[in-house]
Design a protein around this ligand. Structure first.
Ligand code: HAM
Length: 426
């Protein structure tokens, strides 16, 4: 039996988990300012949800899904992304029928893709994502973009770039698609087998091919910008105007295509720009997916969202030196000397904790000196010292570890005293 952790997964241990909690907390708090509510959907879904939702021709569906047959012979898949499950839930729970529209949701949780692991690319990774369903107002595209950029900015990231494109509506895409087929068809033999397959099925994805990136025909490929319908062009213009109004910087990149099939109109990525970040620079991806709700049997409902992985966000925070010091995790450590004091400490600890104080004690029968060492290692703000003598005389010593000052307190007032100290120091 292999006791090694599977490739592309990781354990998050104390010491590392604080940054995760900090990011999750900050992101949720920002979502609540924007009036996005949390949704939790299953980690596995019927395979069809992703096959139809994400798209049969995508790398995710073709090569990267963790698909298995359960004991009831159903084909299930560990979710490779969050949007398809959220849309499945939106339709299944008839959220479109609720009075308050648009439905603005956020989610966080593990996603699974069988990719070749490297820094920033895991087989299990955690996405934080947002989906706004039910509005085709360009202002909501701008809101979603403002939301994600706020998360990055408020976490202190500066060297990042919002890259924006519009993939147009169905008509624009159809015209562009035909232009792409005409462009690549005569020389398709020079492209990889994936691209050859994509030519008729989904030629837009050729532009996203990593293997054929340097082929000269890539540079001269027809741009979607020349094929927008009037409505598409107007929509894109309005999204950009709203971003300008908010002073949110962005660059337009007509070659930006996304690796999932459901997008139309607005598509975007947030890229890390700083040095020392590594090969994978996409921090976040998202866009509009009008039509996906119908794909799942729901009424015509537009939608837009994004997702970023916390792993890549942490990489960026580390690269830019923006991981905060999480400082003091514990307020008080109880040091005891003698059996009676040791027994009493159980009760004191319980009372301290009930009073909201984060505290701990030794459980290994350590000598007093070693107990102080433990307190030091924990970087506590206060050490309370209780010996059998003090206990007899109804007193306890409290040492402020920052100032070194030590005071004697009557044991019956100890909990109140500690509460005042800890709360006063916050
Ligand atoms: P995506 O571009 O496939 O889009 O993934 C979004 C983000 O998830 C990426 O930008 C990256 O931060 C992270 N990510 C993807 N794969 C990995 C991996 N193997 N390891 C670590 N991080 C990874 C989506 O998933 C869409 N559902 C986004 C969306 C939501 N569009 C509309 N709504």
């Amino acid at each position: 039996m292999s006791m090694q952790i599977p490739r592309g997964t990781q354990d998050l241990l104390p010491g590392e988990i604080e940054i995760w909690q900090y990011i999750e907390q900050k992101s949720k708090e920002i979502c609540s300012r924007y009036n996005y509510k949390e949704i939790r959907t299953p980690i596995f879904e019927h395979t069809e949800v992703f096959a139809r939702g994400v798209g049969e021709t995508t790398d995710i569906v073709q090569k990267e899904m963790y698909t298995f047959t359960d004991r009831g012979e159903r084909s299930l898949t560990l979710r490779p992304e969050g949007t398809a499950g959220v849309v499945r839930s939106f339709v299944g729970n008839k959220l479109y029928g609720e009075a308050s529209q648009p439905t603005k949701l956020f989610y966080t949780g593990p996603m699974f893709r069988y990719e070749r692991p490297q820094a920033g690319r895991m087989r299990q990774f955690v996405q934080f994502g947002v989906e706004a369903l039910g509005s085709a107002d360009p202002a909501i595209d701008a809101e979603v973009l403002a939301l994600v950029m706020s998360i990055y900015y408020e976490l202190g990231l500066t060297d990042i770039k919002l890259v924006l494109n519009s993939l147009g509506d169905k008509e624009s895409r159809e015209a562009h698609r035909n232009a792409l087929i005409n462009h690549f068809k005569p020389s398709i033999g020079e492209f990889c087998s994936d691209c050859q397959n994509r030519l008729e099925k989904n030629p837009l994805r050729i532009l996203d091919c990593k293997k054929d990136r340097e082929h000269p025909l890539m540079q001269t490929a027809p741009s979607i910008h020349d094929y927008y319908t009037e409505e598409s062009a107007a929509y894109f213009k309005e999204v950009k105007q709203h971003l300008d109004q908010m002073n949110l910087p962005y660059v337009v990149d007509p070659t930006l295509v996304r690796g999932l099939d459901y997008y139309n109109h607005t598509a975007f990525e947030v890229m890390a720009e700083g040095e020392g970040f590594g090969a994978i620079t996409t921090l976040c991806g998202g866009g509009r997916y009008n039509g996906l709700v119908q794909e799942f049997g729901g009424p015509e409902t537009p939608g837009i969202g994004f997702a970023f992985s916390i792993e890549r966000l942490i990489m960026a925070l580390k690269a830019q030196g923006k991981v905060p010091d999480f400082g003091n995790q514990l307020d008080c450590f109880l040091v005891t000397l003698g059996d009676a004091a040791k027994a009493k400490s159980v009760e004191l600890l319980y009372q301290l904790r009930q009073a909201g104080i984060r505290c701990d004690k030794d459980y290994l029968d350590k000598k007093m000196k070693a107990q102080f060492k433990a307190a030091d290692r924990l970087n506590v703000r206060y050490t309370a010292i209780l010996g059998d003598n003090e206990l007899n005389e109804n007193r306890i010593n409290v040492k402020n570890m920052e100032t070194g000052e030590q005071v004697e307190v009557a044991l019956d007032t100890f909990i109140t005293y500690m509460k005042e100290q800890v709360e006063g120091g916050k």
